[in-house]
Design a binder for this molecule. Structure first.
Ligand code: ZN
Length: 556
């Protein structure tokens, strides 16, 4: 691609061009911006170069020689890069008239390239530093067959269609406002009702599973965050403290120290264990503006957090409990495929080797008892304890990190947590942090993309729309609307003086699961005609039979 760009635009200077997870890119310095038409021209030129079957030839040059070579070619970025290389020698690759600084390896010649596509153009600072010049980055992708390329392009189309930022706007789910600030989410009525349903489900199930629900403040004294170690280890994600009556307070980046305080509000005995505290706790964390992304990366969010206090010999059973609970919750939201990772002791750690060993083995045994396959991420545990991470797979088979289960040897020590054992002595409890959905904002973003905005019945903001063909059908439509509302369904009546086709189209765009159409025949027979959002029709039926269908779908 860079060769083609140089052929077409000889004045361009080349930056760097690595392979990345999703294809490749190259950065160029060019006075005028690349246009979509330019991309087409470049693609065509690439085709010519590929056809020639030019070999890629590796050469080792002394640094000075290489600098001289790229200086003559006017490639000042390459000169800068070579100057930063510590070795006395560098490798370059030649392909036709194109020369590049590269460590290699490369394919033998250009004819090996089978299928490719240039995807987009973006601005990128030289070396990612905003003090440097802004270059133009062209992204592309390559496959070994047209078929594989087309599959990928289709996937990218699907990703675009399901983009939660677009759907969030179209379906009235959430928004962000310049006036409020970046990374801060407004839940609009349709999104807020979904959140309420998720929260109700979450709280009910936690109470059933013997968790105690907590609510804690959004700020606390800076001293608390010093004691917890957050000021020492986590300050780059925390906001500046605020002054209240001469005392420094801090927005909370985590809920843990609050739950610790609840634990310490009474003397604890082994009889209470496992003691499980759960909270939908809103936290604030600093994220650079460049990484903020819709609902997926925000500055204020609500974690579905829980902290469990137990004895050492209860870890395994409790982890098993949490795994079962996690899988149950994720399944309810349509996720039943996941990748599981067990992260073990890093180089820098707190706690005894013996405890790490015990806890890691407990995590392993619980995974094995559940017959869950997992990968070990050696040394990737947090400094305070080993953890299990669960990445869910969505409808497009993309992985999303959501659930995490972490054993903590640090906080109980720092806060001097104790419980009275059965022998009357004081012991240190084991603490487990755990989140299932991660953050409600992020999980919602994933849900929107997973379902492409067509939420299952139990989550749909509007479950049924009752629509009329003419004004004379309004009375019966109102009657149907009331019966559904009284039965607890989220229903709307569309009695506007619009064509029925228009009403159906609108409800379909809003992805409402069921539409009820009322016309002369329905009024005369006291039945309803039901249309699903996928266009399927349900035969004229009695409203109470329809309610039974809905109820059946909700209990699935
Ligand atoms: Zn925690």
């Amino acid at each position: 691609m860079a060769h083609a760009v140089k052929d077409l635009f000889p004045e361009v200077k080349i930056g760097i061009g690595p392979a990345i997870e999703e294809g490749f890119y190259y950065d160029f310095e060019k006075p005028e911006p690349f246009t979509p038409e330019d991309l087409e021209k470049i693609e065509k030129r690439m085709k010519d170069i590929i056809k020639k079957g030019n070999p890629f030839t590796r050469k080792i040059l002394r640094k000075e020689e290489a600098i001289e070579l790229f200086k003559r070619a006017g490639e000042s970025y390459k000169v800068e890069l070579i100057n930063e290389i510590a070795d006395d020698y560098v490798s370059i690759y030649e392909e036709g008239s194109f020369i590049d600084l590269c460590r290699g390896p490369h394919i033998p010649d250009t004819s090996k390239i089978k299928a490719y596509k240039l995807l987009s153009i973006a601005g990128a600072y030289w070396k990612g530093d905003e003090k440097n010049k802004m270059l133009q980055r062209i992204y592309g992708i390559s496959f070994d067959s047209e078929e594989a390329l087309n599959r990928h392009l289709h996937f990218l189309e699907e990703v675009k269609k399901r983009d939660h930022r677009r759907l969030g706007k179209e379906l009235g789910l959430f928004s962000m406002s310049e006036e409020i600030g970046a990374g801060l989410i407004l839940w609009l009525p349709n999104g807020a009702i979904i959140r309420k349903i998720i929260e109700d489900f979450w709280r009910d199930e936690h109470i059933k599973a013997d968790y105690k629900i907590l609510y804690t403040p959004h700020i606390a004294k800076l001293e608390l965050w010093k004691k917890s170690g957050h000021v020492e280890f986590y300050s780059e994600n925390m906001y500046s403290p605020m002054d209240i009556d001469g005392v420094a307070y801090e927005l909370k980046p985590m809920n843990c120290p609050f739950h610790i305080n609840v634990y310490q509000s009474e003397l604890r005995s082994y009889r209470e264990f496992p003691l499980r505290y759960a909270e939908l706790g809103t936290v604030y964390r600093y994220e650079r503006s460049g990484v903020l992304h819709g609902l997926l990366r925000v500055r204020g969010f609500t974690q579905d957090d829980a902290h469990i206090f137990c004895r050492e010999d209860q870890i395994e059973e409790e982890i098993l409990n949490i795994l079962n609970f996690t899988i149950f919750i994720l399944k309810k939201f349509g996720f039943d495929k996941y990748d599981i990772y067990l992260s073990t002791r890093p180089e820098k750690f707190v706690g005894s080797l013996e405890n790490w060993e015990k806890a890691t083995n407990a995590l392993k045994r619980a995974l094995e008892l559940k017959h869950l396959s997992y990968e070990i991420d050696p040394g990737e545990g947090v400094f305070y304890g080993p953890k299990i991470d669960i990445k869910i797979k969505d409808a497009l088979n993309r992985s999303w990190q959501c659930s995490t289960i972490q054993v903590d040897f640090n906080i109980p020590e720092r806060f001097n947590l104790t419980y009275r054992g059965h022998d009357g002595h004081e012991y240190r409890p084991i603490m487990i942090h755990r989140a299932l959905m991660g953050s409600l904002e992020r999980f919602f973003g994933i849900l929107i993309e997973h379902y492409g905005g067509a939420f299952p019945l139990w989550l749909s903001p509007t479950q049924v729309i009752v629509m009329t063909i003419a004004e004379r059908h309004n009375e019966f439509a109102q009657e149907i609307n009331k019966i559904l509302k009284d039965s607890g369904f989220r229903v709307l009546a569309d009695l506007r003086n619009e064509k029925i086709g228009y009403k159906i189209r609108e409800a379909t765009l809003k992805k409402v699961p069921y539409m009820i159409i009322i016309g002369d025949r329905e009024v005369a027979r006291k039945t309803i005609t039901v249309r699903k959002r996928n266009g399927e029709n349900v035969e004229a039926i009695n409203i109470f039979d329809f309610i039974n269908i809905l109820k059946g779908e909700l209990t699935n």
